[in-house]
Design a protein around this ligand. Sequence first.
Ligand SMILES: Nc1ncnc2c1ncn2[C@@H]1O[C@H](COP(=O)(O)OP(=O)(O)OP(=O)(O)O)[C@@H](O)[C@H]1O
Length: 580
Amino acid sequence: MIRALFTALGPENSGPLRRLLALLAVSSVLQGVTYALLVPLMEAILGPGPGSAWPWFGVVAVSGLSAAAATWTAQTAAFRTGSDLARVLHHRLGDKIVQLPLGWFDRTRVGELSRMNSQSVPQVMNVPAHLLRPAVTAVLTPLTVVAVMPLFDVRIALTLVVSLPLLAVILRWSNRMVERADRDRHASIDEAAGRVVEFAQAQPVLRAFGRAGGDGALDRALAGQGAADRAMLWRAVPGLVAFGFAVRAVFAAVLIVGVHAALGGSLAAPALPALLILTARFAEPLSAAAGLGASMRISANSLASINRVLAVEPLPEPARPVVPASADVEFRAVTFGYGDGPVLREVSFTMPERTMTALVGPSGAGKTTVARLLARFWDVSGGQVRIGGVDVRDIATEDLMALVSFVFQDVYLFEGSLADNIRVGRPGASDEEVLRAASAAGLDEVVAALPRGIDTPVGEAGTLLSGGQRQRVSIARALLKDAPIVVLDEATAALDPENDAVVQAAVASLAGRRTLLVIAHRLRTVQAADQILVLNEGRITERGRHEELLDAGGTYSRFWQERSRTRGWHLTGAAGQGGG
Ligand SMILES: Nc1ncnc2c1ncn2[C@@H]1O[C@H](COP(=O)(O)OP(=O)(O)OP(=O)(O)O)[C@@H](O)[C@H]1O
């Protein structure tokens, strides 16, 4: 856990944690020494001359005050280190986010990052603030007691030395039992929480199909959670009981050894209660640490997930970056996979500057992957992606990002006004340019309907705008940025006629001016394309212009005949009209 904390902080930020650990060590040892000094004090008080107790009282007072001062300093440092840790982690995660390969950011990852910031960081903050002190005390204070015990009685010291590893083993076993039960319980809580969300989200479907009562999955998940709660209790109890029993057994053993020694005359009677008090103090920090298992586990898991993100390697930046002289694009025998097996195999094509390429193919063929590799979301596993004859790996990230604009299906809108959101495309753009881009992207009516026009805040993540309207904001950004290469996904999800017209207009305004790669779903787009690439299972199986491919009578022609028949039937009543 401590090693993971140092990893999360990085060597440059680990000074305060190291100082905190040193302070905690000093305060734990001083605490143990103070407990030990109680023995001569008690001996003096209970002995024949109580007056001799005063010097010991002074020594105990000095030691106790020093321990209290060290504990207070350590606790203050612990809170400060906790809040510093949160700040450092937020910064390190922020710095990491801007270096992570763009391909890393899928939907689940974005959720993971948000959870990390809102939950994991505060949980990790808890470690120095609340958990380290009892953990360090649980180890060092009993060790100090054991170390000084031989000064008073070797037999009792030996009893403690033998019992310490025994207690540690039982504590570890008890913690493991609780941990395992707790893990199962968490899994069942997550499952039940997921089912509750699903149940709420699926209400329209469930009601439409007369299944308002659900399909039993939620009931099963809740029952599972109840069972896991009970199992947790049953699994946790033996460990905790066994540890409590072991502590009492050690106490009893010390009592037996002590009484035996006192009766035999080899231990002064007044020393016995003092040594029993010391033994009780020896076990106390261990018992306090026994209850920390669950918090420790939660914090350790959070720390592990933060360290996993921090360990992701950024894509290497070129040592000698090259700026491409043109906006030609070439895929040269590109092979790429996300994990098991390739998604793209030996994909080769060229997109001469200012031409339009349409990418078509069945779902999962790899179209989005091609589009993303163009902007180096990931590095290819074989072949090359080249812009202006330069491998994208030799182009500085900033230059590459300046060369390419995207209009993807997932449009993220920031907190801020509609104008701010469009200006993301080119931060230096004037108000007029922003308005022109909004207008060209078909946002006039949206702007007119908003209470403060283009300066209306669009709500967190653009909640005021519909899916189609959000896509138009994305088009406005791309038009404003006016990069030499534009990648556009014609999103089947936002296929209302108005949006359709906007997307078509954007494509038309860019065609012939920019190098355009369109993941195409519309007949008009493919008809206008200079080349169509048909992608199937990660390979380009056909290429050419629309008529050429129709004449070839291959997959493409079957695909479009099928598509225009079904869409014509649905939308226009005449095959092949206006849709695609
Ligand atoms: N981030 C990712 N991690 C792992 N696998 C992925 C990822 N993105 C896509 N894939 C997988 O790669 C394959 C190609 O996906 P891709 O999204 O490129 O296809 P597509 O042709 O664009 O599909 P669609 O038309 O449905 O969007 C699919 O099998 C998909 O499951």
